[in-house]
Design a protein around this ligand. Sequence first.
Ligand code: ADE
Length: 419
Amino acid sequence: MKQYDVRDLSLADQGARRIAWAEREMPVLRQIRERLAKERPFAGVRMAACLHVTTETANLMRTLQDGGAEVVLCASNPLSTQDDVAAALVARDEMPVFAIKGEDNETYYRHITAAIDHRPNVTMDDGADVVSILHGDRREALSDVIGGTEETTTGVIRLRALEAEGKLEYPIVAVNDADTKHLFDNRYGTGQSTIDGIIRATNTLLAGKTFVVCGYGWCSRGIAMRARGMGANVIVTEVDPLRALEALMDGYRVMPMLQAATEADIVVTATGDAHVLDTAHFERMKDGVLIANSGHFNVEINLVGLADMATEVRSVRDFVQEYRLSDGRRINVLGEGRLINLAAAEGHPSAVMDMSFANQALCAEFMIKNHDRLTKSVYSVPREIDRQVAMLKLRAMGVTIDTLTDAQQTYLTSWQSGT
Ligand code: ADE
């Protein structure tokens, strides 16, 4: 295969302009990039990144490259690639990129394999597909790998499962679990970009609609919060009693999905689990309902079951497939059930990816500097990195905060004094 596989190199200029636009909102990553360009901690290190190929990812890739890394990039989802960005990275940065928006599953996996063919020393995953393939069909390539990072909740769940079986072959930092990642990217990023994706796909009005959010993790919280902000009546469905209680006390209606299905105008899944929307729910849904997924994999909506129930499936708009059922009801599936924020919109805004990708760059550096004393486990992001990202972001936003006085610091570490 050639040393890259992208849609159309003539899109490179447009991609370069959009990458530069995103960079304006990524001041933390910019500062890290300036330091890494001087220190070159990644000199001679081969990195394989499997990420959503967006303007923000391009800025991360360029940061790693400036730090000395030989970077190869492939898509972490068949529908999330921005073809102009992929073209710009190839044409301008001479980076091998394997990503085409709308690629089929076979091409998607061929692209991951092409990235593994670069024999990475460090892997950077969003969903753990590179790790999964390295631990399956491509075990021979494990010998070159010294460490990795993982971007998302679903990926971390897969890694912990691998670790629990005693089969994880190298240390990986769970970037998702940094506070400066999931509390911001998952909540404010997914919240805004999911609404953005639904609106771009449908141009629907949210005010006055009944909007069902499946799950109440950090992503779902963000979606529920932003849907409410747009005037929707939000229902949350959950399986975890604590999260359900929290959703209730945050002011949402909470009920089982079978009941919510009858009321919904719009349903979004963000649970990380399979068949959250299933045939029993489709049986009860209203005519014209919109259903979308914002979880990592396209497993949350049982599309095969829906297709079996349908008498006709047709495309009614870009990113909208209408499934007509035998009783005449129409169920509209957005973005083929793939993450709607990246399929129909541009993913999270740059200002929030700034923090996620600052963590990625710093964790890659941590891995390079510390791999020989790490074991084959999933590691948390070091607290200093998390705090550093928060401080840099605050500073970039022009916000200063208080510091404890010595007396306050002493009080916090003492037990003697009470009231
Ligand atoms: N995940 C969600 N939004 C993203 C973005 N804009 N770039 C890369 N990965 C993302």
